[in-house]
Design a protein around this ligand. Structure first.
Ligand code: ADP
Length: 381
C-alpha cells in the first residue's frame, strides 16, 4: 500500500493532492496560499469539512514541508512512492511526462525565459520535493506536452524562420486539463472523441484547444500564456504594435509592460474592478458588463477559428472555473455560435447538466488536472 503526491506550484501558492497509488482515488487535497508571509494551508478530505490553518511560510521549501505535515495523518504509515509536478513548459521536445533527475531539472531550468512567471516556481517545488523525498520517483507533467503534435502551420508565427528554430513557437498550455477532457470523452462520448471537438478551458487563465480524434491540433495560446482569449488579468490576442508603442512612445520598461500584460489586463483591466467572473456577473457597473461582453465575444470568435482549423466542429466542451460554473457565460457563447448549429438548452445549462444543447452537442465536463499528474506518476512507477 502506497501513495502518490501531486504538486502544482504557482508564484505564491502550491496546490496538492494525495492519491492511492493503485486505485488513484484522491484521499486528500488542498493548497497553500500566500507563500512568503502569513500563509494559509487548506486541507480537504472527501466527506469532511475543509480545515484552514494560518502559519508563516517563507518559501516553497517550507510550503512542501507544511504539506507533508498536513497529509501525514492520512498516509497511515504508507510510503509516498512518487511525486508528480505540474511544470508549465517542456519546450519543443517533450510531448510526454518526464522522470526527473538533476540533468533533466537543469534542462528544464533553461526554459525559464520562455515562462518566467511560472517555470521558476514549478522547479522550486521540484527541488523542495526532492529534498523532502529523496527516494520516490519525481515526474514532471508539462502543460505544453499535449500540444506538441501540432502541424507546422499551427506551431509557427509568420516571423523569419530563425525565430522558429530558436524556439519561438506556438506551444499552447492547459495541456493537463485537455488531456483529462480527451480521456473523459473517450470513456463517455467515444463518437465525439473520434471527431472534431473544441474544448474551452475557461478559468483565470483561459484557452481553447482544437482536438481531432482526441489529439490537439491547434490552441489559442501560443509562445506564452498571454495570447488568445481574454483572461482574468491577461489581455489575450494583442497587436504586437501595441508593445512597440508602449516601448517607444510611452517609454515603458519591460518590467512595467510585463506587469500590465500579466496582472492588470483582461477582465480586471477592462472592468477596473476584479478578475472574478462571479463578481462581474453580479455587478451593475457598465464597465463590468463590457468586460463580460468582451470575454464572451472573444471565446465565440476563437471557437469559430478553432473550427476552421479542424475543418468543422462536432462538439464544444466547457471546462475550468468559468466553463464549469458560469451558466450565463456558456449561454451567451452558445447563442453567439447558433450559426454553427448549437441550440442552447437553457434548463439543462442552468441545472448543471452535462449536455446543454440540442442540435450540435455542447457539454460541460469538470476537469481534473491532478488526476492526470497522478496517472503519469503511476505509469512511471
Ligand atoms: P485558475 O485558472 O486560477 O485555476 P479557476 O479555473 O478556478 O481558475 O477559475 C476561476 C474563475 O472561475 C474565476 O473568474 C471565478 O469567478 C470563476 N467562477 C467560479 N465559480 C463561478 C460561478 N459560480 N459563477 C461564475 N464564475 C465562477
Amino acid at each position: 500500500m502506497s501513495a502518490i503526491l501531486t504538486l502544482n506550484a504557482g508564484s505564491s501558492s502550491i496546490k496538492f493532492g494525495l492519491f492511492d497509488a493503485e486505485s488513484l482515488v484522491e484521499e486528500a487535497g488542498g493548497q497553500v496560499e500566500r507563500i512568503g508571509g502569513e500563509a494559509e494551508l487548506d486541507l480537504e478530505i472527501p466527506g469532511r469539512p475543509k480545515v484552514e490553518t494560518r502559519l508563516p511560510i517563507a518559501n516553497h521549501h517550507e510550503a512542501v514541508t507544511a504539506i507533508l505535515a498536513a497529509i501525514a495523518p492520512y498516509l497511515d504509515g504508507r510510503a509516498v512512492v512518487g511525486v508528480g509536478h505540474r511544470v508549465v513548459h517542456g519546450g519543443p521536445d517533450h510531448d510526454a511526462p518526464l522522470v526527473l533527475d538533476e540533468a533533466a531539472i537543469a534542462r528544464l531550468a533553461r526554459l525559464e525565459p520562455l515562462a518566467p512567471l511560472h517555470q521558476p516556481h514549478n522547479l522550486a517545488a521540484v527541488r523542495a520535493a526532492r529534498e523532502a523525498f529523496p527516494g520516490p520517483v519525481q515526474v514532471a507533467c508539462f502543460d505544453t506536452a499535449f500540444h506538441r503534435g501540432h502541424p507546422f502551420v499551427q506551431d509557427t508565427y509568420g516571423l523569419p524562420r530563425r525565430f522558429y528554430d530558436m524556439g519561438v513557437r506556438r506551444y499552447g498550455f492547459h495541456g493537463l486539463s485537455y488531456d483529462y477532457i480527451s480521456g473523459k470523452l473517450k470513456e463517455d462520448w467515444p463518437a465525439l472523441h473520434a471527431g472534431r471537438v473544441v474544448v474551452a478551458h475557461l478559468g483565470n487563465g483561459a484557452s481553447l484547444c482544437a482536438m481531432e480524434a482526441g489529439k490537439s491540433i491547434a490552441s489559442t495560446m501560443g509562445f506564452s500564456a498571454l495570447s488568445g482569449l481574454c483572461m482574468g488579468t491577461r489581455p489575450g490576442q494583442l497587436d504586437a504594435g501595441v508593445l512597440l508603442w508602449m516601448l517607444d512612445d510611452q517609454k515603458m520598461s519591460a518590467a512595467e509592460i510585463t506587469r500590465v500584460l500579466y496582472k492588470e489586463s483582461g477582465l480586471k483591466g477592462l472592468s477596473g474592478e476584479t478578475n472574478d467572473m462571479r463578481a462581474l456577473l453580479a455587478s451593475q457597473a457598465e464597465e463590468a458588463g463590457q468586460a463580460v461582453d468582451y470575454f464572451v465575444i472573444r471565446v465565440a470568435q476563437e471557437v469559430a477559428s478553432m473550427a476552421a482549423a479542424l475543418g468543422g466542429i462536432d462538439a464544444l466542451v466547457f471546462t475550468g472555473g468559468i466553463g464549469e460554473n458560469a451558466a450565463p457565460i456558456r449561454a451567451r457563447v452558445l447563442e453567439q455560435l447558433a450559426f454553427l448549429g448549437f441550440a442552447l438548452d437553457a434548463q439543462a445549462n442552468e441545472a448543471g447538466g452535462t449536455r446543454i444543447s440540442s442540435g450540435l452537442p455542447a457539454l460541460v465536463l469538470p476537469t481534473n488536472e491532478e488526476l492526470v499528474i497522478a496517472r503519469a506518476v503511476q505509469a512511471a512507477l
